[in-house]
Ligand binder design. Structure first.
Ligand code: SF4
Length: 378
């Protein structure tokens, strides 16, 4: 047993050691504990039981293929009105997405693409041939595409059930669905910040169906907007139950709200302390998730390195040298566009851990692994 200043942490540790699930009250006690260092030690201990001394990163290509969207989420600074904001519209053709993916070569393990609810782009006619092209050119690259919000839109657009849509995407090579669109599940808050987006229930239904069909996924939570601590803990509880019902989530990624250029700007920025506390509470509440990701683009490299001492075991990865991530940059992130994989290894080693290169589904690779053959432009 670890010694803690706050007896609530000892109670949580005893429960976790006994394999018992934490309750809502436990989650609130973790968020409210004055013993931040004790919280970090407890989360780190649970992280090391899961992944030992390893901390993961991925060589990744990241693309926002369209910012046209009609959902009108209040926290979004990324979406563009295609008629009123023509100068802001980014709507890539399939060829442009393909060329951008390979502009820095083929030595990457994942392509991560998300975008808005764009009626001209979010369709099977656009995506299925592009996905097959990617798989044929670079079979070592895993396709981490869409969010459940995009899949919900696509299903409605094509008049397909979720299982029917997912089966088509699987057949074309989908490996993983990204964790976005979860925002906050608590319905009252969700109705205020994103009333037109996929419902909480359908978000979970889609991920569970993905897992049933053998496609992995991640999960997120948007914190630091108008939600309460109760909403955050409720979010963790729903994810943990969903993972029990239909396992297949690999990583949970806490997304800190960014205020620039959106309707919720008076919420301001999250603090570094709230960020690291949220990583730790997530690690403890989501004991059936293998990985907690500290995504440098969002909380910044320095906070994410500290998060490795608060239960996180993943830093996401490179974006490619010329990428233009738009979602968080439009909302004011001070993170740049590119971090070299050497920098990830330096930061991870500096935090006392062993850097491990991975792909989307956490297969491990030597740091200097390269594909034997990829035919992107052969
Ligand atoms: S968060 Fe996504 S769904 Fe919502 S408005 Fe922005 S792009 Fe559209």
């Amino acid at each position: 047993m670890t010694r803690f200043v706050d007896p609530a942490l000892s109670e949580v540790e005893a429960k976790l050691d006994a394999g018992a699930a934490l309750s809502i009250d436990d989650g609130l006690a973790l968020y409210r504990t004055p013993d931040l260092h004790g919280l970090g030690r407890l989360a780190r201990k649970r992280k090391e039981l899961k992944s030992g001394k390893k901390v993961f990163y991925v060589l990744n290509r990241y693309i926002n293929s369209t910012n046209v969207c009609y959902a009108g989420c209040k926290f979004c600074s990324f979406a563009a009105d295609e008629f009123k904001e023509r100068e802001r519209v980014v709507r890539m053709t399939a060829d442009q997405v393909y060329d951008k993916a390979f502009e820095t070569g083929t030595n990457f393990n994942q392509i991560h693409i998300v975008g808005g609810h764009d009626p001209r782009q979010l369709s099977l006619d656009y995506w299925l041939p592009l996905m097959r092209r990617f798989k044929s050119a670079a079979p070592h690259v895993q396709l981490s595409l869409f969010t459940a919000a995009e899949l919900d839109y696509m299903a409605r657009r094509h008049r397909l059930s979720y299982p029917e849509l997912i089966a088509k995407l699987k057949e074309a090579g989908l490996d993983n669905v990204n964790g976005g669109g979860a925002e906050i599940f608590a319905e009252e808050t969700r109705a205020k910040i994103c009333p037109n987006k996929v419902t909480s229930e359908n978000w979970l239904t889609i991920h569970e169906e993905l897992h049933r069909q053998g496609i992995a996924s991640n999960a997120t939570m948007l914190y630091g907007q108008i939600e309460s601590l109760e909403d955050r803990v409720d979010h963790f509880m729903r994810l943990r139950v969903s993972q029990e019902r239909s396992p297949g989530y690999n990583a949970f990624i806490p997304l800190a709200f960014h205020p620039d250029g959106n309707e919720l700007n008076d919420c301001g920025w999250t603090s570094g302390l709230d960020d690291v506390r949220t990583f730790a509470v997530a690690r403890l509440m989501l004991d059936n998730f293998d990985h907690i990701k500290a995504y440098w683009m969002i909380q910044g490299l320095k906070v994410c390195q500290v998060a490795l001492q608060f239960g996180a075991d993943d830093m996401d990865g490179t974006h490619g040298s010329t990428d233009e991530e738009m979602i968080y940059h439009a909302a004011g992130t001070r993170s740049g566009q590119y971090v070299d994989d050497r920098e990830f290894r330096r930061l991870i080693e500096g935090a006392g851990y062993i850097p491990v290169r991975r792909n989307t589904t956490y297969d491990e690779f030597a740091w200097d692994w390269a594909p034997e053959k990829a035919t992107a432009y052969a």
